[in-house]
Design a protein around this ligand. Sequence first.
Ligand SMILES: Nc1ncnc2c1ncn2[C@@H]1O[C@H](COP(=O)(O)OP(=O)(O)OP(=O)(O)O)[C@@H](O)[C@H]1O
Ligand SMILES: [Mg+2]
Length: 482
Amino acid sequence: MTKFSELELSPSLLKSVKRMGFEEATPIQAKTIPLSLQGKDIIGQAQTGTGKTAAFGIPLIEKIDPKNPHIQGIIIAPTRELAIQVSEELYKIGYDARARVLAVYGGQDIQRQIKALKKGPQIIVGTPGRILDHINRRTLKLDQVHTLILDEADEMLNMGFIDDIEAILSSVPEDRQTLLFSATMPDPIRRIAERFMKNPETIKVKTKEMTVPLIEQYFVKVYEREKFDVLSRLIDVQSPELAIVFGRTKRRVDELANALNLRGYIAEGIHGDLSQAKRISVLRKFKEGKVDVLVATDVAARGLDISGVTHVYNYDIPQDPESYVHRIGRTGRAGKEGMAITFVSPREMGYLRTVEQTTKKRMMPMRPPSIDEAFEGQQRVSMERINEILNEGNLDQYVTVAKELLEGNDPLLVIAAALKLMTKEPDNTPVHITEERPLPMKKDFQRSSKKDSQKSSYRRGKQSSSSYGNKNRKPKRAERRP
Ligand SMILES: Nc1ncnc2c1ncn2[C@@H]1O[C@H](COP(=O)(O)OP(=O)(O)OP(=O)(O)O)[C@@H](O)[C@H]1O
Ligand SMILES: [Mg+2]
């Protein structure tokens, strides 16, 4: 374990890092910080939730000249939410060094951004489109930039942002330092990335599995039409603190959020068709715990750091293994435990195997809970609440009526009645979820993936280089109760 004090950082940085509650550097931070301070180009790959933001953020802040009022560092992120989050983390890291950080992203008033840009920010965090927009308007001058960072690099190159990114790169001095980070880095993407880097050093935190060991991973085999009941029961049994449910399409996300509300859960959906203000407000409510279940498309999967997410449900199995890694990585962050449950229809088992092959981790089968188990789960939630209230004490005001209740009544039944009052009973309110077709059957498992991986045009949806042969896996695995 490396202490931050061993990394030759300036006192103001150490002060900020301490204020953030970081004691020891995570492995990716311990490896990246010294090399980055030497000015090396870096491709950094480490599991979700292991502190990649600070791994590039700390050395960047260290290299900012506080007296220079020009932009010296630029960070590009795939989504607006992530740009905001990264800028907030950079602000905290640079607090004592007084580094000025600004987020620029689409959906926000451009005049306001132009005004803010005139105030001399030293670090810009933004999405590719809006950064390019500012470059074209000449409201963003990048001629003094010495460091450029692509967070979730593979996703941005994947999403077709490559042209935008190349255009941004051409506005930044050539002798800059370039850094790329992600939890996943498929080979074709890495090769594209290397085109605009100078002898990049790859820093890969060596782990057996691509996913975090603190995330327990399960799959539930379930037919499309049964998925919603299974989801409701799982939520009842597992009673997550905060949960994210991933759906494949925007329509699905809207329908799921509505259906969950009809059944008495506090849920909201988030996807790319919502206004920016709405997306931000949904996320804020989720972070504050005013929404218990966030239903999302992959939009929310990349990089978002929300503490308290204990469960991730993949209502639809993701099409490619990288999405899976990022989705389930919304739990089990910064040393906390988490659980990920993936629904898979019988026809989609090939995708499950593809995911397992890439992550090098097997998912355990989980049996869908019965209505009785869901009901019992909810009663247990009530029981825990009662225990908490008993521990808190302060019940004097209730004692008189409690005595009255117990007079002439069986105490067991009195408690049962109280439980009934506070327990969410199984709810079969009919809901409408349009059936999605399962992903196309994987027929050709045997085809060599080597040739595929040579293609430079890696795109979402196409079979990636990580697809694999139809290997037999051990047939029997003990099923676990939810
Ligand atoms: N050294 C540290 N000690 C304790 N907590 C840390 C440390 N470094 C980062 N964290 C915290 O860990 C959480 C996850 O960090 P971060 O979002 O940077 O992960 P990531 O590796 O970028 O994950 P992802 O691949 O999902 O983007 C954040 O809340 C961050 O503040
Ligand atoms: Mg990140």
